[in-house]
Structures are given as C-alpha cells and as structure tokens.
Write a protein that binds this ligand. Structure first.
Ligand SMILES: C[S@@+](CC[C@H](N)C(=O)[O-])C[C@H]1O[C@@H](n2cnc3c(N)ncnc32)[C@H](O)[C@@H]1O
Length: 216
C-alpha cells in the first residue's frame, strides 16, 4: 500500500507578521493560492508544500528592505521573489519579467485577484529588453534560481541604470559563482560586489544575496 496522504502546507511561521506587517493578509492569500494551484500549473513541486513559507515565501520577503524605486524581477516564475516583494513593498514599482506564457498568465491573474497596483507583468526574455523600448531603465534587478552568475549578470546588468543595483538571490556557492564570473563582472562594470547573509537574526534559513552596483 502506498501512502496517499497529500503533503501538508507548512504552518505560517510567526515571523511572517514581522516581515509583511500590514500586508500579511495579502501574503497569506498568495501563499494559499500558490499551495492550491502551484503543482497543477507546474510552478512548484508537491515536496515544496511542507516548506512553502520558510524556503520560498519568507526568504523572498527578506529582500524587501533592500529595494527602492523601480525594480525588475527576472525569471519570476511563480512570483518568487517579485510578487512577494510587490506585496511587502507597495511603495516600490515591480516589473515581473518572465517568458513562459502559462507563468505570465498566473502572475497576472494573481496581481488582478489581489488588486496590486504596483506590478507590471511582462512576457519577455531579459536579453530581448535592452533597446526595445518596452522597459524603462530600472533602479534594481532581482532574480532567484534563474542561472549561475556568469550567465545571469549579462541578462540582468543591461536592464539597470547607471548607479543602480543587482540584488540576486544565491545559494551556498555564491562566492564560487562570483569567482567564476570575474570576466562578466568587469565587462558589465560592476563594483562593490558583496554577499549579504539575511534571515539568521529572524531564526530563518540563511538567504544569500549577491548585491552589486552597475556603472555602465
Ligand atoms: C527555475 S525557475 C525560477 C522561478 C522563480 N524565480 C523561483 O525562484 O521560483 C527560472 C525561471 O526563469 C525564467 N527564465 C529563464 N530564462 C530567462 C530569461 N532569459 N529571461 C527571463 N526569464 C527567464 C524561466 O521561464 C523560469 O520561470
């Protein structure tokens, strides 16, 4: 006999209230919708449900205090981190850049359902955007789980204005990725490249972020 019990969604950690403040209901609403539809739409696997808050929702929200102005999220997928950041920071304008139609439909439906007025969903590959006139220069670009830094930097740096920033979520190999990306770091004139470790003070898994200033 196989165990047919469906995986349970992780209970909401208390720290969610600290990270989302008066936007917590929206974060709950998005999380419930992702838990309900994410697997059917191919956005998340069933094994993610027992760690949905701690591994996906809250670690995305940890970036919120780093943001300012007009921000693009490259490869938003299910909305991580871009949609969570739009929820946590209604004062920031988010553009979610995602090439897959089914994913952009999901993102737009969530934006409409929650009535978020600080989000634009753009169906595109990041490399098509520079010079296309579809995207104004951004103050910052975020990305999570899109590719290694040496390929991610050429996709993201051209979208950012001079003096803007890349804010890229990375795993435990962030330093090795930076070493392997030295050529593109020079080519795209990135400086002040640093690795931030977020979340430990809140009792969360450490989320590593590579932040760099773009100076074309
Ligand atoms: C592994 S998923 C990660 C999705 C989400 N950021 C997350 O952390 O769950 C990578 C996403 O990047 C998108 N993607 C891949 N290449 C891209 C490109 N050149 N420009 C924009 N998005 C891209 C894919 O369609 C996919 O949705």
């Amino acid at each position: 006999m196989t165990d047919a019990t469906p995986p349970q969604v992780e209970a909401e950690p208390e720290v969610a209230a600290t990270l989302f403040g008066d936007r917590l209901e929206l974060a709950r609403s998005y999380t419930a919708s992702l838990a309900e539809h994410g697997e059917t739409l191919g956005l998340i696997g069933p094994r993610e449900l027992p760690q949905l808050w701690s591994r996906h929702i809250l670690n995305s929200a940890l970036l919120a205090p780093l943001l300012r102005g007009r921000v693009g999220d490259v490869g938003s997928g299910a909305g991580l981190p871009g949609l969570l950041l739009a929820i946590a920071r209604p004062d920031v304008e988010l553009t979610l850049i995602e090439p897959m139609e089914r994913r952009t439909e999901w993102l737009q439906s969530e934006v409409d359902r929650m009535g978020l007025d600080n989000v634009t969903v753009l169906r595109a590959r990041a490399e098509e955007l520079p010079g296309s006139g579809t995207l104004l220069p951004l103050d910052q670009v975020t990305a999570r789980a899109v590719s290694a830094l040496r390929t991610l930097i050429p996709l993201t740096a051209p979208l950012v204005r001079s003096g803007g920033e890349l804010v890229l979520m990375k795993g435990g190999r962030a330093e090795e990725e930076i070493d392997a990306a030295q050529k593109v770091i020079r080519r795209h004139r990135l400086h002040d490249v640093e690795v931030l470790e977020l979340g430990a003070d809140l009792g969360l898994y450490v989320t590593r972020v590579v932040r760099a200033v773009v100076d074309p």
